[in-house]
Structure formats: C-alpha cells, structure tokens
Design a protein around this ligand. Sequence first.
Ligand SMILES: Cc1cc2nc3c(=O)[nH]c(=O)nc-3n(C[C@H](O)[C@H](O)[C@H](O)COP(=O)(O)OP(=O)(O)OC[C@H]3O[C@@H](n4cnc5c(N)ncnc54)[C@H](O)[C@@H]3O)c2cc1C
Length: 497
Amino acid sequence: MERSFDVVVLGAGNAAMCAALAAREQGARVVVLEAAPVETQGGNTRYAAGQMRNGFCDPRRLRELVDDVDDALFDSLDIDPYTPEDFFDDVARLTEYRTDPALMEVVTRESFETLCWMKRMGVRFQFSLGRQAQKVDGRFRFWGNLPVEVWGGGEGLLQSYNARAGELGIEVVNGAMATRLLVVDGVVAGVEVAHAGKGPGRYRARAVVLACGGFEANADMRAKYLGPGWDLAKVRGTRFNTGRALKMALEVGARSYGHLSGAHSTCWDTNAPEFGDLEVGDSYQKHSYPIGIMVNARGERFLDEGADFRNYTYAKYGARLLQQPGMFAWQVFDQRAVPMLRDEYRIRQVTRVRGDTLEELAAKLEGVDAPAFLATVAAFNAAVPPGDPPINLGTKDGRCTRALAVPKSNWAYPIDRGPFEAYQVTTGNTFTFGGVKISTRAEVEDEAGAPIPGLFAAGEAVGGLFYHNYPGGSGLTAGAVYGRIAGRQAATWAAVG
Ligand SMILES: Cc1cc2nc3c(=O)[nH]c(=O)nc-3n(C[C@H](O)[C@H](O)[C@H](O)COP(=O)(O)OP(=O)(O)OC[C@H]3O[C@@H](n4cnc5c(N)ncnc54)[C@H](O)[C@@H]3O)c2cc1C
C-alpha cells in the first residue's frame, strides 16, 4: 500500500493536531498517522487536565479566551498579571537556567496568541476555579499563574481539534505506527508504517512532522536514558509513546538534545496500573502534599513539601520518590487538611489508610518503620510556628519549620488533629524531557546544526525546553506553539521546497 500527501503528521495528540490544522490552513493535503486505535487515540493529551500556561499580561485579556464568564464572576477573581517574560523566567528558574533560550522565547512570546488561535479552531477555555484557586472571603485567589484550562480537559481539547480536522478534510489513520523515515537524496520523502492487522505501508510526502511523543512508555529506553529504577516507574499516560520519534530521527542523522536523562514525574498512586487509565484520567496523581507531610519507609521526611506552590514542585517530586527505599512514600494529613484535599483524593481507586490516633495510623502505614514515623511527626510538630490561622494556599504564607534538617517552608501546621489519613504514592512518569533538536522554525536539525530537509517536530518529541523541573501547564502550550509552527513550515516547504 502506498499513498501520497503534501504533509504527513505522526501522532494525533495536541502537537500533531495543531500541526495538521495549521498545515491544512495553508492549503496542504494532510494525513495524520496515529499508532493507537480510535478508542485510545490522542496520546498523553487525552489524559491531560488541560491547564495551559500563557503570558496573558493583563488578566482582563483572558476574557478573549473564556466566553462563559459574567462580569460578577470575573470581578471576583484575583489573578496576578503574568507576562511572557514572567513565563520565561519561571521556566528558566525551574530548569536551573538550562532551557534553550531561543526555543523557549518563542513558546512564551507566542503562548497567548496561540491559545487565541486554538479558540478559533474551536477549543473552549474556562477559568480553572477548582484546582488553581482557593475561595477566601468570597473571592477566588489564583496561585501559580495558571488561571485557564481547556473545557473538558484533554478529552475536550481533542474533540475540538478532531471536529475541526473533520471540517477541513484532514484524514486520520488509526493503527498506523510509523517505523522509518523515507529519505531520497538527503531529503525526507515520507514514512513507512506498520498498520495494525494490515501489514506495512508507505506514505509519501514532501514534509513529515514528528509529533509522536517522548519515550516514557518504553521501559527499556527509560532504564537506558533516565537510569536505574526508571524501568519500574508507572506511566501516567499512553502506552504508545515508545520513543519512535527519537529513534527514527536519529537514524536519519538528527541531533538528540536536551535533558535526555530527565523526566517530568509526579506523586502517583502506588497501585495505579502500568500505563494510564482513561477512566481515571489524571486522578491517580496526589498533589495535596503542600498541606501535609511525606514520609518514606524509614519513617523520615525527605523533601520540602511547602517549597513553593504545587505548580512549581510537583513535576520534580516523582523523581525524589524513585530514590526512596522501596520507591514509595506515604502522604499524611490531619483534619485541618483533609477537607481541603484535591478531588483526586476522593476517587474509588485510591491507596488510603485512616487512623483515629497517630499510633493507629502508624500501624497501618505498610512498609514504614512505625516508631521512626511517630518520632518524625513529634519533631515536625515541635518545629512548626505557633498560631493556627486557616490554611491559605493562595499565598506562600511563610509558615516555615524551625531547625529541622528537612524544612517545610510554607503551610507548616502540626499533624495533630485526628482522625488522620495517609495515601501511598510512587513515581508516575508523565513524559521525558529529551528529544530531537529543532530550530525556532520547528525544523529538525542534524548533528552539524543544519535543518534536515522536509523534517519538522513538535511536542514531547522535542528536547531542550525542560530540564530537571517544569512549571505546570507548559507542555500543552509548548506543543501547541511548536505544533502550529511545524504545520505552517511543513506546508510552506511542501509548496515551495
Ligand atoms: C495524566 C497527565 C496529565 C497532564 N496534564 C497536563 C496539563 O494539565 N497541562 C499540560 O500542559 N500538560 C499536561 N500533561 C502533559 C501533556 O499531556 C503533554 O505535554 C502533551 O499532551 C504532549 O502532547 P504531544 O502531542 O507531544 O504528545 P501526545 O499527546 O502524547 O501524542 C503523541 C501521539 O503520538 C502517537 N504515536 C506514538 N508513536 C507513534 C508512531 N510511531 N507512529 C504514529 N503515532 C505514534 C501517540 O499514539 C499519540 O497520539 C499531562 C500529562 C498526563 C499524562
């Protein structure tokens, strides 16, 4: 089987669909090749909560994105201004100043405009009142600079993209796993695929966009690139992101780039399945640790649960869990915190124990040295500041422990009000940080830094944006910005060569 198009897009997630729509807008004949069957189509995007970081500058501009908000509700929102420069500075700080400045500058500068374009493509946005704001005295106080999310999360996002793709006549082929790039005289000329149940095929095209994710679903590559123990990590999303983008690109001379031994990983229910579950979505995550403590098998705290707003710590704490004995920890909360736990703590599929007293809880913390745990809590309780104001997550309250080897820098309250609850978590790998090197025009570069003619990339397939850590809501934005650029550039290349 052999077919011909102007542009072939590999993958059907956020970056791919942005690329396909943008290429079609330029008049290109586009096909989307998706490894997954239709039921699980859409990669990690399908699992995403849908929060999208962007440099909106003035909060009033967010009304250009969000339709369903009346004046009264909007007036009750406390949102700090957030510029592209603020977005850039957040990424720079969290990546320990390693983010590729040229690549990231494009993401942050074009973030708001790209969300406006997504809206024109049919995507609906809403204010993230549930997970990114706390209601205090009748007003919603947003923290962590993430005030908008896609209506319906990743599922809603894909529905909008797919509806628009259907209107524009973009074909999506499911069960089409790209295996090899076709190159003629040094120019990318299409791709070979393995069709599920139908054997091999070839799609010839003047441009190919690699938007088929990272290698987080490939245990072998995780162990080789990320290091020992990572083969045991759970995968938060799709099983189809097995690193083919990187492998295919390397075969044609592309340069690997970025934090190849780094990954976005979070606190994830210890009994979650090996790969993500679309019924549960992102709810295996456990992100209320800023209002509790985390202890390991030795009964010890091992990180600063209140170092920063959740959005700025959650993506690196999964790797800290991997380093603990047995690769697990328990998150422990008392009754000050329990009513404030995020919605993901209320699902049926949760690994939870309860105790009226700390001693009763300690006996139920499987795998934990109980006397050591009780000593840790006693020392922690003795180190928190005096007073007991209501917990306010809308601001870094500076309630820091004193003289503990592992401090808790904000929201430090004693763990003393029973009944107590604890949740067991392990490492959940979201996506890998390394990938191929692209230019600011989304061209895949070779080892000498020259574009490989006809090859473009976007999304998690790309390296150089994130290192060590990541500000929440940046993945979808980075994928949309470079997906759109890749689509436009691929269409232009296909038209003029
Ligand atoms: C649980 C969870 C929650 C998240 N929440 C958020 C959030 O709120 N905000 C945010 O910004 N980010 C979030 N993320 C991260 C975000 O989902 C990703 O950054 C983003 O979706 C990546 O998009 P992508 O298009 O690069 O990859 P994907 O969406 O993973 O798409 C890759 C596509 O490639 C396909 N594919 C793979 N190999 C091949 C091949 N060989 N041939 C053909 N197709 C192939 C896959 O099937 C898939 O369709 C979350 C991730 C997870 C797992």
